[in-house]
Design a protein around this ligand. Structure first.
Ligand code: AMP
Length: 241
């Protein structure tokens, strides 16, 4: 059987962790590298998305990929794609700021699954809402998740981080600092003028609705921009906090 690791390339240590986990699950690991236009509402963001195919092959192979697959648009979408709805949760948070994003994600994941027919697929907790929606939508394939890989200062690795200058990088570390104190997130984020907040909330992991006093499993989710670069992150909220 095969394990699939879907990515958009510009691979980093976060992707490597996914590939290593996939290799623990099976000896056939396909890494797909496809920048899916359907999940971008902003064409400038799509055009600016970093593309590093040569190093991607090296990184993926070193991490244990047995196949690095760069599908063409026609391979993925031979016909006009019928978009899969992401439902009401797909319109919240990331979906509110990026309309149609999660329908685009589910549509491409569905096509990748149809073509590769994996027994399992590995996704990062970094994109927690994506992981949540993928788990809810695809019941016949085992969805395995991997914790977020971070820089020394806590910043979650992301392909978009290459667009940050050194001072942007320093400002971006406010996100992981805020996640460490979920009850003071807004206050902490407000101390960094370069960080432009989109949302910072504590949600119920079961429903993806705002957490209440009785919620068992809570997660803090944050997104915003530093110098026009969109950043997102999340962390478990311990029940005693
Ligand atoms: P992307 O190439 O950004 O679409 O990401 C491909 C996969 O890698 C997704 O499942 C992401 O959640 C995951 N991923 C991205 N960044 C990280 C990270 N820092 N740690 C762990 N997984 C990640």
């Amino acid at each position: 059987m095969t394990v699939l690791v879907p990515t958009m390339g510009a691979l980093h240590k976060g992707h490597q962790a996914l590939i290593k986990r996939a290799r623990e699950l099976d000896k056939e690991v396909v890494v797909s590298i496809f920048v899916n236009p359907l999940q971008f509402s902003d064409t400038a963001d799509l055009e600016k998305y970093p593309r590093t195919p040569e190093t991607d092959i090296q990184i993926a192979t070193l991490a244990g990929a047995t196949q690095v697959w760069f599908p063409t648009y026609e391979e993925i979408y031979p016909n006009d794609p019928i978009q899969i709805s992401a439902g009401a949760v797909g319109d919240l948070y990331e979906g509110a700021t990026r309309p149609g994003h999660f329908a685009g994600v589910l549509t491409v994941v569905n096509r990748l699954f149809e073509i590769v027919k994996p027994s399992a697929a590995v996704f990062g907790e970094k994109d927690f809402q994506q992981l949540w929606l993928v788990k809810r939508h695809f019941k016949k394939i085992e969805i395995v998740s991997v914790p977020t890989v971070r820089e020394f200062d806590g910043l979650a690795l992301s392909s978009r981080n290459v667009r940050l200058t050194e001072s942007d990088r320093a400002a971006a570390s406010i996100i992981s600092k805020a996640l460490q104190e979920p009850n003071r997130m807004h206050e902490i984020l407000a101390t960094e003028p370069a960080f432009k907040l989109d949302y910072a909330e504590i949600i119920d992991e079961k429903t993806f609705q705002l957490a209440s006093a009785t919620t068992q499993n809570k997660r803090a989710i944050i997104a915003g921009w530093v110098n026009g670069v969109r950043l997102l992150d999340n962390a478990v909220v311990e029940s005693n906090s």
